[in-house]
Design a protein around this ligand. Structure first.
Ligand code: ZN
Ligand code: ZN
Ligand code: FE
Length: 767
């Protein structure tokens, strides 16, 4: 065929992004075969390398197919093409073994929920994988959690100790099989196995799945080794079992997540939009916060006082098989297997030791978890799915940065910590690490930084951290060398800017918990004019006193009393609301003395603390047992307000102090007390407070706008996880002509701080 030979060209194509561990090579193989191209495909440290020989038309069509038909879990960031002199392959198209490469730059794929084909396999009595809990294929299964290093190949995973049997090997070697080069491929003959153990770890034998289902049905607490760590599970419809779990975990109120087998199960529990359905069934299968149905048969102790519940669909064959067992509960509480803020357990011996006394039984297996990853949490707000916690199914997929950014290690905040590594303009935001307030979590933090640094073969040019001197992340950064320090709420704004590729000056509204301010006070309700290197504080919420400092965060009644004493009763005397009379007179007098003398009463402009104060005044939450409790209870009440109750807005007042504009809270608070005294329903008051805050921020924005600030506006901070507030703000500000940007792929709470720190370009000085 002289004609074809004349036209034949050779080229090398490099594909970057999430292209390993997602069935990319077999996909390339099939496309090349279909188009009649010859050549090779291989994984290396920089992604996938394809060498091709064919006509220019064939090559062009090949690249089009790469973009159009890539496997569902793949994400292509770049396709680079270079000419090749001559072919160095045998006739035909071949998949080559992976090349070791120290300058590794490839992304590790996140873990993927079981695909429908594998789900069908495990339920089919005729299939050789019937009831096998470690079934997977190139489209699904564990990835990040079993990977020690890249390239992602079986010897670099915890599957290295399970040699494939002949049947599995045939699938693995057959390019037309769904399990072609599926690194964790296994079957009942050659792969990992379950073990059913009592509370002391003694092997009880028998059918592990059947026994686990029976134990759960009888109300036992079962520790289940999952994908990214251990869970503690109980029947979600059994209130006594849920209360036992709460008592053992010393977690009295914090909402617990529920797992169900499928979408039908989720619909029995919650009202679900099509957008939420899609999210529940996405490749990550995250926990989605959904509006609970009344009489949904869930244990009342599951999420006391809250109108929303976190729901996820079974995402591994193990979970799916458990639900398929005869007599198994149809909904299970699945909460992370840990104690008192420690990281989630991943090793069998660790779980048997640390969860002793918490679990009645252990459902173990012998596939090692190499990287600890919690369940991700998302919520659809203002029409968009948004991360509350970014972990399983998402980490460590890199976020491409639209604007240039130096190679950086950003150390994050203290609560909901994540860290962030930037390399080649891609931001690798770590999985959720947790609150850095204990030695175990701090060890997990340091190990994870070392691990990611090794995997990425990256030495950062600079280290960035928070300005708070006492954060363990700040101390870690400073021990590593010269660290640049960024103000907490500037970092919140920068995280949203990074996500949307904003490189110009914007107005930022940050409504948050607490963060270290520049003037000795605590910030948290701020209007900043900011760029990537500096910010100016234009306005804030009027400050509240925090009598007792951090204790006021745990005891919102202290905030309510401070607000009542210092602001609401300054001009007129109003009777002490009934909620506060529930606190002993002596305790109230103590706080009164602190306030009177100004002793240990730091001031805070935090929006989170204002939510706490209102929630306490209404008697919803006088003592808080988990972060955000008071605000979440208030939001749940506001969601119950009827249109009729939404009239009569609270008065909006602005002031100025030291050249900084202020949203005053006194007139609103007094109107709120009058409503309470008049016996107005709590949902109505709660809704009016949300409306007041949103309208005040909108009014302040209009005021600032008149002074010539830009129309680009960023919303950030932990309070933006409040759906009612966020929806009011986005709608109102957009109606006023603002170009509003919000966090979507990155949490707006402290879990996104690290990305913002990485995006910072200043020198750390206060400006
Ligand atoms: Zn599959
Ligand atoms: Zn096998
Ligand atoms: Fe914060």
């Amino acid at each position: 065929m002289p004609d074809r030979c004349k036209q034949r060209e050779y080229c090398a194509i490099r594909v970057r992004g999430i292209v390993q561990g997602v069935g990319f090579r077999p996909f390339v193989f099939r496309v090349a075969r279909r188009l009649g191209l010859e050549g090779t495909v291989a994984n290396d440290g920089r992604g996938v390398r394809i060498c091709l020989g064919g006509t220019p038309e064939q090559m062009q069509e090949f690249v089009r197919c790469l973009e159009r038909e890539a496997p569902p879990a793949a994400r292509i960031n770049a396709i680079e093409r270079q000419p090749l002199e001559s072919p160095d392959w045998a006739p035909g198209f071949h998949i080559l073994p992976s090349a070791e490469d120290r300058a590794a730059t490839t992304a590790i794929a996140p873990d993927l929920a079981t695909c429908p084909a594998c789900h069908a396999d495990i339920l089919d009595p005729a299939n050789r994988r019937h009831r096998y809990p470690f079934t997977n294929c190139t489209n699904c299964g564990p990835r990040f959690t079993i990977t020690a290093r890249i390239p992602y190949d079986r010897p670099n995973t915890s599957m290295r100790v399970f040699p494939m049997c002949a049947a599995c090997r045939r699938e693995y070697d057959n390019p037309l099989d769904r399990r072609f080069h599926a690194q964790p491929n296994a079957c009942p003959h050659c792969g990992p196995q379950l073990r059913w153990c009592d509370a002391d770890g003694a092997d009880l034998g028998g059918d592990a799945l059947g026994n686990a289902a029976m134990a759960l049905r009888s109300g036992a607490v079962v520790a289940i080794k999952g994908l990214g760590g251990f869970h503690l599970a109980v029947d979600a419809g059994n209130n006594a079992a849920v209360c036992t779990l709460r008592a053992r975990k010393k977690r009295p109120h914090k909402p617990l997540a529920v797992m169900v087998a499928d979408l039908a199960g989720a619909h029995r529990l919650c009202r679900i939009s099509s957008q939420e359905e899609e999210l529940l069934q996405s490749a990550a299968h995250p926990i989605v916060l959904l509006a609970a149905r009344e009489n949904n048969h869930l244990a009342p102790a599951l999420a006391p006082g809250l109108g929303i519940v976190g729901v996820m669909l079974a995402y591994t064959p193990l979970h799916q098989l458990l639900f398929a067992e005869e007599g198994a509960p149809w909904s299970l509480v699945l909460t992370s297997g840990n104690m008192g803020g420690s990281p989630i357990c991943i090793r069998n011996d660790e779980a048997l030791h640390r969860l002793r006394g918490l679990a009645d039984y252990f459902l173990l297996h012998n596939r090692d978890i190499l990287t600890r990853v919690d369940d991700s949490v998302l919520r659809v707000m203002a029409g968009t799915p948004r991360h509350i916690r970014r972990a399983r199914g998402y980490a460590p997929a890199p976020l491409p940065l639209a604007a240039p950014c130096a190679d950086t290690l950003a150390c994050g905040a203290a609560m909901k910590n994540t860290f962030c590594m930037v390399r080649n303009n891609e931001a690798y935001l770590s999985q959720h690490i947790g609150t850095l307030d204990n030695a175990d979590t701090f060890d997990f933090y340091r190990e994870s930084i070392t691990h990611l640094q090794e995997v990425l073969a990256c030495t950062p040019d600079r280290i960035v951290c928070d300005r708070h001197p006492d954060y363990l992340s700040t101390r870690y950064a400073q021990r590593r060398g010269d660290a640049v320090r960024v103000q907490h709420h500037h970092a919140h704004a920068l995280a949203v800017m990074a996500e949307h590729g904003l490189d110009e000056m914007v107005l930022a509204l940050v409504l948050d918990g607490t963060g270290y301010g520049d003037d000795g006070t605590i910030f948290g309700g701020e209007f900043y004019l900011c760029t990537r290197s500096r910010y100016r504080r234009l306005a804030s919420l009027a400050p509240l006193s925090l009598p007792g400092g951090d204790r006021a965060v745990l005891e919102p009644w202290r905030l309510a009393l401070a607000w009542y004493t210092q602001t609401l009763c300054r001009k007129s005397t109003l009777p002490l609301p009934a909620s506060l009379t529930r606190i002993e007179a002596e305790k109230r007098a103590q706080v009164g003395r602190l306030l009177h003398r100004g002793l240990n009463c730091p001031e805070s402009s935090s929006a989170g603390r204002l939510f706490d104060a209102v929630s306490a005044l209404l008697g919803l939450c006088l003592f808080s047992s988990y972060e955000g409790q008071a605000a979440m209870l208030l939001e749940s009440q506001a969601a119950l307000a009827t249109p009729h109750e939404k009239k009569m807005p609270y008065p909006i007042r602005f002031g100025t102090r030291n050249g900084i504009r202020r949203i005053e809270t006194g007139a609103m608070g007094r109107a709120l007390l009058e409503d309470m005294a008049a016996g107005c329903p709590i949902p109505s008051i709660a809704w009016r407070f949300h409306h007041w805050l949103a309208e005040s921020c909108r009014g302040m924005t209009t005021l600032l706008r008149q002074e010539g600030i830009p129309a680009g506006m960023v919303l950030a901070g932990g309070c933006m996880q409040n759906a009612i507030l966020l929806e009011m703000l986005v709608a109102g500000l957009r109606a006023d002509g603002m170009q509003v940007y919000t966090g979507e792929k990155v949490p707006m709470n402290d879990g996104g701080i690290a990305l913002g720190q990485a995006y910072y370009t200043g020198d750390g000085r206060c400006v």
